[in-house]
Design a protein around this ligand. Structure first.
Ligand code: FEO
Ligand code: CA
Ligand code: CA
Length: 677
C-alpha cells in the first residue's frame, strides 16, 4: 500500500488519520537498519552500474552460472498451454462497483457480518457487539483457501472456504469515529472497550462451508458443522523450535506454548495434507505502551516496529501493552497452521518458519518428498524466506504430516549479480548466528529472523508479498508490491527502479525443479506500471492492452492449468500508481506472449483484491474484496472527500442507504458454465 503526501503530513503533524493510512505508514517505513549491500551496490561493484541498468544479466549469464540443465525444468506441455486465456477484457477505470470480463458473472458470497455460526444475529452495523461479531463473518477478508469436501477429493461444488480477516477499518465499521480531525489520542478516545472488542472479534479467520446450488449459485451452508470463527480469543499452540522459550513466556502463559488468537492475517497457503496456513503480518500495530528502560527486548522490538500504536487494545487488554507484557509481541508474527476439517482442532503457530511480517505461506512438495514453504516479509527493504522440512510428506497418512512444519531449515534469499540467487540458512551456530551476536539458540534466530537475515547479507526487496510456486512448472513467483523509498543508489536488477510506486514480479527457477537447492536462477517477469509513460519504466509484453497493465502486484494464484492470476493492492496512492481501481489480471508467463497481462476483474473504488483461489476444476474463481470505499478516496474525483461510516465512498456490495460498504468474498463463474477465463 502507498500513502499520499497529505496523509504523511497529517501523521507527521500528529493528527489522527485513517487506520489504513497507519497501515501504509508502517509498510512505508522500511525499518531495516542493516548495512547489507543492496543488489544494486553488488552489481555496481562487479560490472558497473550502467551495464546493470541496461539489463546485462541475461539468460546466458544465468546459464553459465548454473548450467543449462538447471534451466530446463519446465515441462514443454505446460509451456504450450500457458497463456491460453479465453476472455474479453473488462475496461480499466474506477467507480463504485465491480466489473468482470464479458461472459462471466460475479456472485456476492460472504459479506462482513454474514452469519457463520449457529445463532448468529442478523447483521446490524448500528448495534454491533463483540458477541455477535464473534459469530459472524469478520472484516477485511484477505487470503482464501478452498478445501474440497469431502477431504481428499477434487470436489468443485462443495468445500470449506478458509478466510483471513486481516484488520479492522474502524472508521468505516462504526458510526462517529473521528477519522481525520483531532489528535491520535482523540481518535483512540472514541474507541471504547466495546468497540475495541468488536475490532478484535472481527480479526482472525473464518471457515465456512460453501456449496454451488443446482442454479449455479454459490451459497454458504447454514449450520454446517465445519463452520468456525477464529478470533483473538481462540486458544492456539506455539510449536516448533521457539516454543517454550523464555522470550515467549508471559504471566498468562508461563509455559511459552499457549497463546490466544492470531492477528493481521494477510495471505496464506494450503498444504498438500489439507491444512490452512495463515500469515500474521503487521502484528506490531496492535501493541502500544513503552518497555521498561533498558529492557532486553528493546532492540528486537524496534527491528519489528513494535509498538506500532494503530489500535488502542492495550488500554483494555494489558497483553497489548508492551510495558505490561513485554514478551507478548514475540508470540505474534508467525505462520499459523489450522485444520479446517476438524473444527475442534487447536491452531498451531509454526515457529520454525520464522517471525516476520508474513504475507503468504505457499507450499510445494519437493521431488524428494520434503515440503517447501515460501513466504515474504512484507515491508520495504525486507526479505524473501524459504522453509524446507526435515522430513518427507506422506500422501497416504494425513496424521503423519501433522507436525512436518516443526522441523526443517529456514533460509533467506540473496540475489547475486550473475543472475543466480542463493538461499542462506538461518541455522544457529552457523556463520554469524552465534551467541557472540546475541543468538543463544535457534529460538533466538527464529524470534529475530529479520536480524539474523541482516547478518547473513540477505537482499533487501521491494515489499515481498506472495511468493508462490506454479505447481505445473515448478517456477516460483515473487510479488514485489512497490517501494517508494528505494533511492537511485539502491536500485538493482531484482529491484530495478528508484521511487518504485508500481512493483514487479520476479521469477525463480529451481535447478532441475529442486526447491531445496542452495542456488536458483532468477529473471524478471514484468515490471508493473503504465507502459505508455516512459519514465515509469514498465515492462509488459507489447500485446498488453491499455486495460491490461497493472500496478502493485500483491497476491497471485495458479489455476489447475498452471495459468497465473495476479491481484493488486495499490493502497492510498492508487491515483499516482495507476489512476485506476485495483483488479485481478491474467498474466502469461511463458511462450511468445510472456509478460502479457489482461484485466479480468475490477474492484470497487477504495478496495484491494485478495485471495485469488480456484476450485480444482477452474470453474469458479473466488476473490476477497477488501476494504471497499477505503483507500485514497479524496483522490477519486467522483467522491473527492474523506470516506467514513456516515459518508462512505461506496456502499458496495449492498448499496443500501443505511448499510456501510462490506468487505466480501465473491465467486466468479462463467455464464452457462465452463472454466473461468
Ligand atoms: Fe496485508 Fe502485505 O498485505
Ligand atoms: Ca497483501
Ligand atoms: Ca496466493
Amino acid at each position: 500500500m502507498q500513502m499520499n503526501a497529505e496523509s504523511r503530513a497529517r501523521i507527521e503533524r500528529g493528527f489522527a488519520v485513517h487506520r489504513f493510512d497507519r497501515f501504509d505508514r508502517s509498510q512505508d517505513k522500511g525499518i531495516n537498519p542493516s548495512d547489507n549491500a543492496t543488489l544494486g551496490e553488488v552489481v555496481a561493484r562487479r560490472i558497473g552500474r550502467r551495464a546493470a541498468m541496461k539489463g546485462a544479466l541475461g539468460a546466458s549469464v544465468i546459464a553459465s552460472a548454473l548450467g543449462p540443465a538447471a534451466l530446463a525444468s519446465r515441462p514443454a506441455r505446460a509451456q504450450a498451454r500457458d497463456g491460453a486465456f479465453n476472455f474479453v477484457e473488462t475496461e480499466a477505470g474506477i467507480d463504485g462497483t465491480h466489473h468482470v470480463a464479458a461472459d462471466h458473472e460475479v456472485q456476492i458470497l460472504l459479506r462482513w457480518g454474514d452469519p457463520v455460526l449457529p445463532g448468529a444475529p442478523a447483521f446490524d452495523p448500528y448495534k454491533q457487539s463483540a458477541a455477535s461479531q464473534a459469530t459472524q463473518f469478520g472484516y477485511n477478508c484477505d487470503y482464501l483457501a478452498f478445501m474440497p469436501l469431502p477431504l481428499g477429493s477434487r470436489a468443485s461444488d462443495r468445500g470449506l472456504l478458509c478466510v483471513n480477516h486481516e484488520y479492522a477499518s474502524t472508521e468505516l465499521m462504526f458510526p462517529n469515529i473521528p477519522s481525520r480531525r483531532g489528535s491520535l489520542e482523540e481518535s483512540f478516545k472514541a474507541i471504547t472497550a466495546d468497540i475495541a472488542n468488536v475490532e478484535m472479534a472481527a480479526h482472525g479467520g473464518s471457515v465456512v462451508e460453501v456449496a454451488r446450488g443446482a442454479d449455479g449459485v454459490w451459497r454458504a451452508v447454514a449450520g454446517s458443522r465445519f463452520n468456525r470463527r477464529i478470533t483473538l480469543d481462540t486458544p492456539m499452540i506455539l510449536s516448533g523450535p521457539a516454543a517454550g522459550h523464555d522470550r515467549l513466556k508471559t504471566a498468562a502463559d508461563p509455559t511459552g506454548t499457549r497463546v490466544n488468537g492470531m492477528v493481521n492475517n494477510c495471505a496464506g497457503g494450503m498444504t498438500p495434507w489439507g491444512t490452512w496456513l495463515t500469515g500474521e503480518e503487521n502484528t506490531h500495530g496492535y501493541f502500544w505502551g513503552k518497555l521498561p528502560e533498558g529492557h532486553a527486548e528493546t532492540k528486537a522490538q524496534q527491528r519489528y516496529g513494535v509498538p506500532g500504536r494503530w489500535y488502542n487494545w492495550g488500554a483494555y487488554h494489558p497483553r497489548f501493552d508492551v510495558g505490561k507484557t513485554p514478551n507478548e509481541p514475540n508470540r505474534f508474527g508467525w505462520v499459523v497452521e489450522i485444520d479446517p476439517y476438524d473444527p475442534a482442532s487447536t491452531p498451531k503457530k509454526r515457529t520454525a518458519l520464522g517471525r516476520a511480517k508474513h504475507e503468504g505461506a505457499e507450499t510445494i512438495v519437493n521431488r524428494d518428498g520434503r515440503v517447501v514453504v515460501y513466504t515474504g516479509d512484507d515491508e520495504r527493504f525486507e526479505y524473501v524466506y524459504r522453509f524446507v522440512s526435515r522430513d518427507r510428506y506422506n500422501p497416504n497418512d494425513r496424521a503423519a504430516n501433522r507436525d512436518l512444519l516443526d522441523h526443517g531449515t529456514l533460509s533467506v534469499a540473496a540475489f547475486a549479480a550473475d543472475g543466480s540467487m542463493r538461499w542462506l540458512p538461518l541455522v544457529h551456530g552457523q556463520g554469524p548466528l552465534t551467541a557472540a551476536n546475541g543468538f543463544a539458540s535457534q529460538a533466538d534466530v527464529l524470534i529475530e529472523a529479520r536480524r539474523a537475515a541482516d547478518l547473513l547479507g540477505a537482499t533487501k526487496m521491494d515489499r515481498p508479498e506472495d511468493v508462490e510456486p506454479n505447481p505445473r512448472t515448478g517456477k516460483v513467483y515473487i510479488m514485489l508490491t512497490n517501494n517508494a523509498r528505494r533511492t537511485a543508489a539502491q536500485v538493482d536488477p531484482a529491484n530495478p527502479r528508484a521511487a518504485n510506486l508500481w512493483g514487479q514480479i520476479v521469477e525463480l527457477s529451481p535447478p532441475g525443479g529442486d526447491h531445496a537447492a542452495d542456488v536458483f536462477a532468477w529473471d524478471m517477469l514484468i515490471q508493473a506500471g503504465d507502459p505508455a509513460v516512459a519514465e515509469v519504466g514498465a515492462r509488459f509484453h507489447a500485446s498488453t492492452s491499455r486495460n491490461g497493465w497493472f500496478a502493485c502486484p500483491d497476491n497471485c494464484a495458479f489455476d489447475s492449468q498452471g495459468r497465473m492470476w495476479v491481484v493488486t493492492d495499490q493502497g492510498t496512492e492508487w491515483a499516482k500508481a495507476s489512476g485506476r481501481a485495483d483488479g485481478a489480471y491474467a498474466l502469461t508467463t511463458a511462450g511468445p506472449e510472456r509478460g502479457r497481462s489482461r484485466l479480468f476483474f475490477r474492484a470497487p473504488a477504495g478496495a484491494e483484491v485478495c485471495g485469488p483461489m480456484f476450485t480444482p476444476d477452474d470453474t469458479t474463481l473466488f476473490l476477497a474484496i477488501q476494504h471497499p470505499g477505503a483507500d485514497g478516496m479524496r483522490d477519486w474525483k467522483a467522491f473527492g472527500r474523506t470516506t467514513s461510516f456516515e459518508d462512505p465512498a461506496t456502499r458496495w456490495p449492498d448499496f443500501k442507504p443505511d448499510m456501510p460498504p462490506r468487505p466480501s468474498v465473491v465467486a466468479i463463474v462463467r455464464k452457462g458454465g465452463g472454466r473461468v477465463g
